[in-house]
Design a protein. Structure first.
Length: 434
């Protein structure tokens, strides 16, 4: 049985005994989508698949999980020692010839750049904040425990760290891989030859993301709105922050890191914003499939899996759909993707009359001094686009101390603007609309 949800076909799986064979068959094939009841421990089941694969799932409005399975990059995949493939509408054990073909294909496929060993790095190169965020739920760890955890995530093999580990965790990664640097620029006028601001970001991947995201927030903030219903000031941005967040994450995780001549670029103009990355569409993806949210193989599946663990990628293929939905909900023109063999570009167009220089809404104040934005407003804005943000993430974005972040969190909770959903481990923040 299949259900169509938001234009995507989801197979309804009734039991955990059926779940793993279908996931493995999808990984060994062209990918697929599954819906299953929340009584099944999806995370535990997925952890039993060998080798590890970036399978994404989220809880729906009802008592169901929606699971998106991409085409795997490391075929063949198995569970309980058995390999599965799709045959018609069924997940069946693979034949000896099918297993042999997948193994031969894996042997002749070139090793992905993210899997190359990054010689000369060790735990001493790891960024302390990033390591703390990754292991925040388990306390302090010995070196051997860290290596073991990274082995399970595909970021270490035989005790050696990969390029993906370097990009994701190392504080001095740009010294070895300068292409990790990302650039952002804000132009002031129509001639685009006068700059309001420009910056280069480097370091672990999520710090690059935080830097880019903060740059966009700073240079697209129009001002503040007041209303009778909301006596508190509400920051107004030129573009929906959720859409920008998804666009940045997609650019960083899908870019071609083997290409040293390119990077991720953000350009903010008076009436449009552009996010571009090196590397064309991958794994048979097209613009049409991208906009529809269809699955594809990942160029960097190890990086995608890490971002999923950190709460920055909740569902594969969903990002482009969220971008379009956010723009429509905010009255913006449809975002546009273009691509060639060397790059992918996403362009947002501002709403008419809502440029950075002039805010037409009568309840909006001109935001000429963006640096004076209050800490609480920053925290609410950040948590609205990243509900899984950690204390370390908020420190990096706001520049506050640990005690400063914790104090603001307490006051926001007391004011009813913020609440914690679920436990400290595995839960997330929810921004409450006034």
């Amino acid at each position: 049985m299949k259900e169509d949800i938001n234009g995507k076909a989801y197979r309804n799986i009734a039991s955990k005994e059926q779940f793993l064979p279908f996931v493995c068959a999808y990984l060994n094939g062209d990918g697929g989508n599954i819906v299953i009841g929340t009584g099944v421990d999806v995370a535990k089941l997925l952890a039993s698949i060998t080798p590890h694969a970036p399978v994404f799932f989220r809880k729906g409005d009802g008592e169901f999980y929606f699971v998106d399975v991409p085409s795997g990059n490391d075929k063949p995949y198995s569970c309980d020692g058995r390999f599965y493939v799709m045959r018609g509408d069924r997940a069946v054990p693979a034949s000896a010839d099918e297993i042999k073909d997948m193994l031969l294909a894996a042997q002749v496929s070139p090793l992905r750049w993210e899997r190359w060993f990054s010689d000369g790095i060790g735990i001493e190169n790891f960024d302390g904040d990033e390591l703390q965020c990754l292991f925040a739920d388990e306390g302090r760890h010995s070196s051997s425990e860290i290596v073991e955890r990274l082995e399970r995530m595909g970021l270490s093999r035989q005790g050696r760290f990969t390029n993906a580990t370097d990009v994701l965790l190392c504080k001095d990664v740009a010294a070895r891989h300068p292409q990790i640097r990302a650039r952002a620029i804000a132009c002031m006028d129509k001639t685009d030859d006068v700059y309001q601001g420009h910056a280069t970001f480097e370091g672990p991947l999520l710090k690059v993301f935080n830097g880019l995201n903060h740059f966009v927030m700073e240079h697209t903030r129009l001002g503040e709105r007041f209303s009778d219903e909301n006596p508190a000031r509400e920051a107004i941005y030129q573009y929906p922050l959720k859409a920008i967040r998804e666009g940045l994450i997609n650019a960083l995780v899908h870019r071609d890191y083997e290409a040293y001549e390119g990077t991720v670029n953000v350009e903010i103009h008076k009436d449009h914003l552009v996010i571009s990355n090196t590397g064309g569409l991958y794994g048979g993806m097209t613009i049409e499939r991208l906009k529809a949210g269809h699955l594809s193989a990942f160029r960097n599946p190890d990086m995608a899996n890490y971002l999923n663990v950190r709460g920055f990628m909740e569902m594969t293929g969903r990002g482009s759909v969220l971008i379009q939905e956010s723009c429509r909900a905010n009255g913006l023109p449809e975002p546009q993707w273009t691509a060639d063999e060397n790059s992918v570009t996403l362009t947002f167009t501002a709403k008419s009359g809502m440029s950075r220089q002039v805010a037409q809404d009568g309840g909006v104040e001109k935001g000429k001094e963006k640096s004076k934005e209050k800490s609480k407003e920053k925290i609410l804005a950040l948590l609205s686009v990243n509900p899984h943000a950690t204390t370390a993430d908020l420190i990096a974005e706001t520049g506050l101390s640990v005690s400063g972040v914790e104090k603001n969190i307490r006051e926001l909770k007391a004011a009813g603007r913020l609440r914690r959903v679920g436990p400290d481990k595995g839960g997330h923040w929810e921004v409450v609309e006034p």
